[in-house]
Design a protein around this ligand. Structure first.
Ligand code: PLP
Length: 404
């Protein structure tokens, strides 16, 4: 179906931070499947691990115990605030599971009645992105993604990200006639919505209020989790622990997997209440285990932190050289956004021009160009990427002045 506005580029091969098109042209990949290919393309260790797993066992049902799944859940448990994990296949699905968990929490812990008008609410942020399934897209605080798909799922309310007083006002309105809010769902840093890092004071206040009201605080770590921000989990950048968090993208390094990770106190789901045929199958979990062991062996979160700092500096120099084109840089680790000047080229134009220079980038909204390369990227690649980006910026046609 015609659901993607695709670039006229056919990628046929990848190795490390490089991908090749059908004509044999090589591109430096700062997209990595949109923050997915943690270890780069076709890494030797991933190839070996998946080949071995394929020979051993590819798929069995969750009717049976799956040792690879237990090991991966064990790694998440040993290295995060979560105690248990539900595996699925994508970010949207992980958020769907989180939304079901939130509603169960609302009924069981907060005693919210189940009626149409008084059912549990989930509060989410403007400019958030939580996926495209019906509940996940309703949770997404961007009306453009709702248009044409109404009626949306009931039980969501929105507030401006990082705005404490707006959040408190909404919470008090929702709670005015008794318990109503089941959960707050937030990205520690908004990726798709413009690379907006969370504010520590805001998150701390939300945490306090959630504790006070016994509201579940859920973080969507689909884009920021698994080392990308320079810490293993995005919540560590904020120093605020969620009750539950979701993962996908980087966890499988290119193999589809998603996860809902919950603290013991938030673990509400019972056998039969949620399931996925493919979720946590041996192949997907082997991919996840390989990412996990490489993250640790190569200390990739610390590497992402260092490379992120270098990238930020290189981009800041670019801002200094071209203040009429670019305005600033924001982000954590290897999730960085270059903010374009109003009136200059749009993010999509820069992405297209960068492609002509042999560099893959992805927009985050209309005026931010996003870098989410493999966590294995090296300084020489970052220098080359920024050089190519500079050429691309200068090659972008200047926008025609408006008639007024
Ligand atoms: N949540 C966040 C923060 C995301 O960035 C994305 C995808 O970009 C999703 C959820 C949806 O993930 P998926 O496309 O795997 O369903």
């Amino acid at each position: 179906m015609n659901t993607y506005g695709r670039f006229p580029l056919e990628l046929v091969r990848g190795r490390g931070v490089w991908v090749w098109d059908k004509q044999g042209r090589r591109y430096l990949d700062a997209v990595a499947g949109i923050a997915v290919c943690t270890l780069g393309h076709s890494s030797r260790v991933m190839r070996k691990a998946l080949e071995r797993q394929l020979r051993k066992l590819q798929h069995v049902s969750n009717l049976y115990r799956i040792p690879e799944q237990e090991q991966l859940a064990g790694w998440i448990r040993d290295n995060s605030c979560a105690e248990s994990v539900f595996f699925c296949n994508s970010g949207a699905e992980a958020n769907e599971a989180a939304i079901k968990l939130a509603r169960k929490h609302g009924h069981q812990v907060r005693g919210i009645d189940t009626s149409h008008e008084r059912g549990p609410l989930i509060l989410t942020a403007h400019a958030s992105f939580h996926g495209r399934t019906l509940a996940a897209v309703t949770a997404t605080g961007q009306p453009k993604y709702h248009q044409g798909f109404e009626p949306m799922v009931q039980g969501f309310r929105y507030f401006p990200y990082n705005d404490i007083s707006a959040f408190e006002a909404l919470l008090h309105r929702c709670e005015a006639a008794g318990p109503r809010v089941a959960a707050v769902l937030l990205e520690p840093l908004q990726g798709e919505g413009g690379v907006n890092p969370g504010d520590v004071a805001f998150f701390q206040r939300v945490r306090d209020l959630c504790d006070q009201y016994k509201i579940l605080l859920i973080f969507d770590e689909v884009q920021v989790g698994v080392g990308r921000t320079g810490r293993l989990w995005g919540y560590q950048k904020l120093g605020v622990e969620p009750d539950a968090f979701t993962l996908a993208k980087g966890l499988g390094g290119g193999f589809p997997i998603g996860a809902l990770c919950v603290k013991a106190s938030a673990d509400q789901l019972k056998p039969g209440e949620h399931a996925s045929t493919f979720g946590g199958n041996p192949m997907a979990c082997r991919a996840g285990l390989t990412v996990a062991s490489e993250l640790q062996r190569r200390n990739l979160p610390a590497h992402a932190e260092q490379m992120g700092a270098l990238l930020q500096n290189l981009l800041l120099e670019l801002v200094e050289r071209h203040p009429q084109l670019v305005k600033g840089v924001r982000g954590w680790g290897l999730l960085q956004g270059l903010v374009l000047q109003a009136g200059g080229p749009k993010a999509i134009d820069v992405v297209k021009a960068a492609m002509d220079q042999g560099l893959l980038l992805v927009p985050a909204g209309t005026d931010v160009v996003r870098f989410v390369p493999p966590l294995t990227i090296q300084p020489r690649h970052l220098r080359l990427a920024v050089k190519r980006l500079e050429k691309a910026l200068l090659a972008c046609p200047s926008p025609t002045p408006s008639a007024s």
